[in-house]
Design a binder for this molecule. Structure first.
Ligand code: FE2
Ligand code: FE2
Length: 292
């Protein structure tokens, strides 16, 4: 069942504990147009993503929960990780909900954008076959994991950011890293058996194209709507700074390209990129005093 090329990676991911941290962040007084020093165009990229998270992550949990009984039978060694993944995503949903409510209280059209997320999910994603929904979750988890990996690896991404906002996004980033392989493992277990190795690969990569389109399209539209709300659509210097963030420093677009493309390799596994040391660093800085 296991691809020998990824066997080691599988073992390493199973050794990393996935713990639900019931943290509550102080988000009520964040200035949503100014919390990122590179301007509201960059901040609203994050804000737009936040609006997609509560419903999106609920769908991720739903798509994995569908296979819980089967996983109990076919891969009981993964059950603890699956429960950890679900626990983490439920707290993410709650805290992003709070972030989004604070944005709504500041006057942003959050309810309208959340309705769009609901329409895409209810009208399309929830209607896909369960194995494709699971493939979509594995793909979306890779997209979040590579973004999270950059947040953790390069202090420049959140340099100068409102410390309350930085703490919130770093926490989400380390938990996305901890559970980055869970949906992938569930998908690999289920799809390899149901579709065969070639079918599982083809569904995985074509669904990644779909997930990439959905995330980029909603992310871009939401960013534009939020920037328009601030009357900054024609703020060329702000857009120039945003382009620099994307392509120069820290350079999201080009630095995420190769990690993104690795998902299309037949023997891909999320832990082939072993960045668990960054999780350990965060734990030492944030949990060492609490546990001692
Ligand atoms: Fe999450
Ligand atoms: Fe996740």
């Amino acid at each position: 069942m296991h691809n020998p090329a990824t066997q080691g990676a599988t073992i390493s991911s199973q050794n990393l504990p996935i713990r639900r941290r019931d943290l509550v962040f102080d988000q009520q007084h964040i200035a949503f147009d100014r919390w990122h020093p590179e301007g509201n165009q960059t901040g609203h990229l994050f804000n737009g993503l936040s609006i997609t998270f509560p419903k999106g992550e609920r769908h991720f949990v739903h798509s994995v929960r569908h296979y819980m009984d089967r996983m109990q039978q076919e891969a009981p060694q993964l059950m603890e990780q699956i429960r950890g993944f679900m626990g983490q995503e439920s707290i993410h949903g709650r805290e992003h909900e709070r972030w989004n409510q604070a944005m709504a209280a500041a006057g942003y059209p959050v309810a309208t954008l959340e309705r769009i997320v609901g329409k895409v999910l209810d009208g399309f994603v929830y209607k896909l076959p369960p194995v494709v929904q699971l493939a979509n979750t594995a793909a979306a988890e890779h997209l979040t994991a590579i973004g999270a990996g950059l947040v953790l690896a390069d202090p420049q991404v959140l340099a100068g950011v409102d410390p309350k906002a930085a703490a919130f996004w770093r926490w989400h980033a380390i938990e996305e890293t901890e559970h980055k392989a869970v949906a992938y493992e569930v998908y690999r277990t289920v799809a390899t058996r149901d579709l065969g190795p070639v079918g599982a690969y083809l569904v995985r990569v074509t669904t990644m194209l779909l997930a990439s389109f959905l995330l980029n399209a909603t992310g871009t539209v939401f960013q534009l709507v939020l920037v328009a709300h601030d009357h900054k659509l024609t703020d060329l210097s702000g857009w120039w700074r945003f382009l620099k963030v994307q392509f120069l420093r820290p350079g999201f677009a080009w630095r995420l390209l190769i990690p993104y493309l690795r998902y299309y390799l037949p023997g891909f596994h999320p832990w082939q990129h072993d960045n668990h040391a960054l999780v350990e660093q965060w734990k030492q800085a944030n949990e060492a005093s609490a546990s001692s």
